[in-house]
Every structure is written in structure tokens, then in C-alpha cells.
Design a binder for this molecule. Structure first.
Ligand code: HEC
Length: 187
């Protein structure tokens, strides 16, 4: 009985100290102040296991189609490279100050399954800069990005640049075609 009372008192004290701590403002929330190793371990373990658990049961479509990869590249180049960079393509200036930093996906993508990459991209990661792309993109638009992430680790800087150029050429051609079609309709 005595032991129980002592334990309750200790727990109440710990709780009280914790409440004082979170109300005091002592904790430094600055992105420039790195987590200590224990906090980091707790966060990383929570994030990793949460992703693995939530991605269970997601059915992965065929991701090898080259048109799909090309579509995924466009999205990646527009929406992901600004924060993550890629094989020699620098990230935007603002993204250098992110904490946690957005990791290089040509290295990290291989650490996750396609289902996990899909889940991360769709839902984002709380309390980090990683946005939920699924808020404004359907699953059909997200899978091509995952298809592209599968080939990114094997790509070279030159190949990346030439995919950009192909994309630009195609959109120019499409624009020309559009204006020609438009012209022939009005005549
Ligand atoms: C505004 C910045 C930002 C944008 C844009 C962004 N990300 Fe992220 N992303 C992050 C940050 C920050 C993390 C690190 C989160 C963490 O450490 O838990 C991250 C983590 C990830 C991870 C997990 C990597 C790992 O091993 O920890 C994947 C996968 C990912 N992002 C994919 C994408 C894809 C795909 C896109 C584009 C559709 C994208 N991200 C766009 C900031 C961004």
C-alpha cells in the first residue's frame, strides 16, 4: 500500500514538472536547434513504424510503364525537387532551412516499398515540411510519381536533364498543335 502511494506521488510530481516544462517556453522550437539523440530516436521510430503500419494492404499497380514514369517525372520535377533536390539538381533556397531536412530521394526511396512511398506522398508527414499531396491529387496521379521514384536511384544527372527537355519540347508541340487546331476551326 505504502509503495503504491509513493509511486502515485512520484508520477504526479513527474506530470506536474512536465506541465510546468511545456508551459514555460524553455523548450527551443527553433528549426536551427537540433533535437537531442533521444528525441530524434523517438521521433524516427514513431515515424518509420507509423508509415509501415499505415501502408499495409495498399495494392501496388504495375509501375513499369514508360509513359507513366514520364508523367511521374513531370510531377516530381514540379512538386518534389524544390524540397528534395535530385541527383545534382539543387533544392530551392528555402528548403535548405527545413528541419528535418527533406532527404535525397535517390537514396532514401530504396529504403521504402512502393506502397510506403505512396502512403508518404499521399498523406504527408505531420510536424515536418512533408506535405500531403493527396489533398489535391488523386491516387491515379500519385502512382506515376512512385513509378518515377523507382527509377530515380539508377538515373544520372544527364538523363534527368534530358527528361526535362523532352517534357518541354512535348508541351511546346502540344501548344502549337492546339493553336493550329484552334485556327483551322475558326476558318
Ligand atoms: C515543402 C517541402 C517538401 C516538398 C514539396 C516535398 N517534400 Fe517530401 N519530405 C519533406 C521533408 C521535410 C521530409 C522529411 C520528413 C521526416 O524527416 O520525417 C520529407 C520526406 C519525404 C519522404 C520520406 C523520406 C525518408 O526516408 O524519410 C518521401 C518518400 C517524400 N518526402 C516524398 C516526396 C515526394 C514524392 C514529393 C513530391 C510529390 C515530396 N516529397 C515533396 C519535404 C517536402
Amino acid at each position: 500500500m505504502k509503495i503504491l502511494i509513493v509511486i502515485i506521488i512520484i508520477l504526479a510530481l513527474a506530470m506536474g514538472l512536465f506541465i510546468i516544462f511545456i508551459n514555460s517556453g524553455i523548450y527551443n522550437i527553433a528549426a536551427t536547434s537540433e533535437h537531442n539523440s533521444l528525441t530524434l530516436k523517438i521521433i524516427n521510430t514513431t515515424v518509420d513504424n507509423s508509415i509501415k503500419r499505415h501502408a499495409e494492404g495498399i495494392e501496388v499497380p504495375d509501375l513499369t510503364d514508360s509513359n507513366m514514369i514520364a508523367r511521374g517525372f513531370e510531377h516530381f520535377d514540379e512538386m518534389c525537387v524544390i524540397c528534395h533536390g535530385a541527383i545534382g539538381i539543387g533544392k530551392d533556397e528555402f528548403a535548405i532551412g527545413l528541419y528535418p531536412e527533406a532527404p535525397a530521394l535517390e537514396e532514401e526511396a530504396e529504403e521504402w516499398t512502393a506502397a510506403e512511398l505512396f502512403w508518404i506522398t499521399k498523406h504527408g508527414i505531420k510536424l515536418t515540411g512533408m506535405p500531403a499531396i493527396g489533398d489535391v491529387h488523386s491516387d491515379r496521379e500519385i502512382w506515376p510519381i512512385i513509378a518515377f521514384l523507382q527509377v530515380l536511384p539508377e538515373m544520372t544527372y544527364q538523363e534527368y536533364i534530358s527528361m526535362r527537355q523532352t517534357g518541354e519540347q512535348e508541351s511546346e508541340e502540344a501548344e502549337e498543335e492546339n493553336s493550329q487546331n484552334h485556327g483551322s476551326h475558326t476558318h
